[in-house]
Design a protein around this ligand. Sequence first.
Ligand code: SDX
Length: 426
Amino acid sequence: MLRIEFGDQSLECPLVVGTENEKAIDISQLRSKTGYITLDDSFGNTGSCKSGITYIDGDKGVLRYRGYAIEELAEKSSFIETAYLIIYGNLPNKSEYDLFSDLLTSQEILHEGFRHHFEGFPNNAHPMAMLSAMINAMGCYQSDLYEVEDGVSRFDKSAAQLISQVRTIAAAAYKMSIGQPMVYPYPEKSYAENFLQMMFSLPNKHYEVDPDILHALTMFLILHVDHEQNCSTSTVRVVASSGANLHASCSAGVCALWGRLHGGANQGVVEMFNKIKNSDYTVKEFIEKVKKKEGGAKLMGFGHRVYKNFDPRAQILQKAAHKLLDKAGKQDELLEIAQELAESALHDEYFIERKLYPNVDFYSGIILQAIGIPLNMFTVMFAIGRMPGWIAHWKEINENSKQRIYRPRQIYVGETIRKYIPVDKR
Ligand code: SDX
């Protein structure tokens, strides 16, 4: 118990200790018992929930999905197996895996009605805007979420549809934007292989999948599957807490992810590398601009609210970027700029004292570029990877019978009461 005393009031607050020994003060009685609320701008010190999905230790650079280390999953698992793990809580056995995989395959073809949605967007529409809209449209082809038909609950079917079709939508949006015909998924191919086919095959030219590219894409997707209460996942949880359906909640997650401080950073990182490459200033001069906050300059792909040491995903992606480019024998100018930026920042007091290190977005763009993904689709790739995590959090909210709607309080700092004055007297 923690006792809070102020003036002649006091309140005993229970302590909450998690399975990894994280500690919290339960202040759920604070306002009703004392009239006070706490204030924690951007929630840096506030837990919104208890969750059993993902564990992060920001000081030790630990990331685990349902108890499994990210390093093991990135190297040994598949995206579909990891998606099953994050949603259902355990690694699937053979029959569970096959059932899930078959469900994904059964859901991978878009309803023909989608063509009108694609045609309704201008050719230069940002794919994140399209993705968010299409996810809600997808839900319109799905009857009520909780109906159970032929033994498969609507949730399982909706989850499979979202995971499967975000990939088809992303590839189709790309094809539309370059004036090429949509490529339909091949049921016999793996998730990532199918995506590459849908993105890069032509009616008269089959895309040959390079095993190293396939491994890099699979690992990229696994690394993005979940990350506890980040901005977009918290958005999904807020929307889900109102009773909104899975599609509406995930569509909201896409919008939150789009921001440059969050999922939009992977596009911002490569834009930063290109800006330096095409500029007349050096990396060191750019770092000085960042330190002076010139024009709001940030070292994109650096810093993290939780990781105050290293982001394990960045370390894995850095190695993968080198492996992919070394194999291709490519001298990648952007990777060289990335290395020089990281080298400078990691030895600079400004970044050291603020505990700013490369995060998941710093190297991911280099891999996506090496795969051939267009820059404006980088954040869509993040959304494809994060979809199973959003679904898992929606499920966790809906399985909690005591779940209440998210509704934070505030401290009002606006005008006090004023009398209305008619316009001719103002
Ligand atoms: C993701 O939350 C998650 O888990 C997210 C994510 C996930 O998987 O879901 O990990 C994915 O979003 C990764 C982050 C991608 N964003 C970027 O790379 C954008 C650049 N990074 C920053 O904008 C920033 O570091 C954030 C947004 C990531 C974190 O912001 P915080 O925790 O609010 O930190 P802050 O802005 O309060 O910064 C503290 C200090 C400030 O300096 P002072 O006011 O003390 O002088 O550090 C500085 C900031 O100016 N700072 C940076 C910086 N990040 C922080 N200075 C230069 N470059 C940066 N990148």
